[in-house]
Design a binder for this molecule. Structure first.
Ligand code: F6P
Length: 349
């Protein structure tokens, strides 16, 4: 694998020659074509109306849908049908569906992440997670998405920003491609991304401070205290409110991303969706030498129970994610702890 190679060439060396490997390569090729087309659309003058204008509907999670959400949904569902994907789950659809009964793969996707950023010209993205298709899921498509994140064959995301890029892993490291807008080809610019271990930046929506549970407040308090606090160094905060953009920065220069559970109604399990946001980014993070947890346990060890379930999400350099874990273990996390049976309870389970 060499810098300057195009995606199709890298695909042939990265996936196995069996049916699943061939299907993964075809799926990624189709999604890359859809992402290039979406990137062109996003770059056009919006003379036919704002792409971020409300579409009128809401997705499975109650988020307002925008015009571009629906366009992206159409483009990626068509691409995945064309690729012969068996089971399909998207943020924009209520239930998983079968696209092709003969397919070898199940794909979970957020066709357009960060859609509140569309009209402010900030980066947005598409996140995807590719699993093998379990035969029993043909009769019950939801079963295709009950696999632990560790079973992912590949995962990645496209970012539509100053550059359109693809961060992807096939389970052997993480590669970065950038779209050449002249040729419409994704070109390899980094064959192995490694999350830098040391960086003094954290990403969190600090306006939720009053809703956070004690361990999260304590962790951020110690960062904010800077040189005068227990960490003995100054920190910087960044929050783009577009997970693809915040995590891209962390893959490039280190740091930590936090979307914890909090006390607001509907945020008892955080905000991000396990199947098409947390799982793929966690897979990439581990492949890039970083870590991703729900505060305590690795995201990739969770067995999903519902297509759109949320999960608290802490991702970044290993040392930072471990440090957050130590804060949670010090004061039992509210979503796991019952006084007797919680982690630090008398009868630890
Ligand atoms: O649902 C996804 C998302 O838009 C992420 O891309 C982003 O990190 C987060 O939500 C922003 O959430 P909030 O608006 O609560 O800061």
């Amino acid at each position: 694998m060499e810098r300057g190679e195009e995606l199709a060439t890298v695909l042939s060396s990265q996936v196995s020659g069996d049916a699943a490997g061939v299907a993964v390569a075809r799926t990624v090729r189709e999604m890359a074509a859809a992402a290039a087309a979406l990137s062109r659309l996003i770059g056009r003058p919006p003379l036919e109306g704002r792409l971020g204008a409300a579409h009128g509907g809401a997705n499975s999670d109650g988020d307002k849908q925008r015009r571009l959400d629906m366009v992206a949904e159409d483009m990626f569902s068509s691409a995945l049908r064309e690729a012969g994907v068996a089971a399909y789950l998207s943020e924009e659809v209520e239930e998983p569906a079968i696209l092709d009964e003969t397919g070898a793969l199940a794909v979970a996707i957020d066709p357009l992440d960060g859609s509140s950023n569309i009209d402010v010209n900030a980066p947005i993205g598409t996140i995807f997670s590719i699993f093998p298709m379990p035969p029993e899921a043909l009769a019950e498509p939801a079963l295709a998405f009950r696999q632990k994140g560790r079973a992912q064959l590949a995962a990645g995301y496209f970012v539509y920003g100053p550059q359109t890029s693809l961060v992807i892993s096939f389970g052997a490291g993480v590669q970065l491609f950038v779209l050449d807008r002249e040729t419409d080809l994704f070109i390899l610019v980094e064959p192995q991304i490694v999350i830098p271990p040391d960086n003094a930046e954290y990403a969190i929506n600090a306006s939720n401070y009053r809703h956070w549970h004690e361990p999260m407040k304590a962790y951020i308090d110690d960062c904010v205290k800077g040189e005068e606090g227990p960490r003995g160094r100054n920190f910087n905060m960044r929050w783009i409110a577009s997970m693809v953009a915040d995590t891209y920065r962390i893959f490039m220069r280190g740091g930590i991303f936090l979307y914890p559970a909090d006390a607001r109604e509907g945020y008892e399990q955080g905000r991000l969706r396990l199947l098409y946001e947390a799982n793929p980014v966690a897979f990439l993070a581990e492949q890039a030498g970083g870590a991703a947890t729900d505060g305590i346990d690795p995201i990739l060890d969770r067995t999903p129970h519902a297509p759109h379930q949320r999960v608290p999400f802490i991702m970044g350099s290993i040392e930072k994610v471990e440090r957050v874990r130590s804060y949670y273990l010090d004061t039992a996390p509210p979503w796991q702890a019952a006084p007797l049976f919680g982690r630090r309870g008398l009868l630890r389970t």
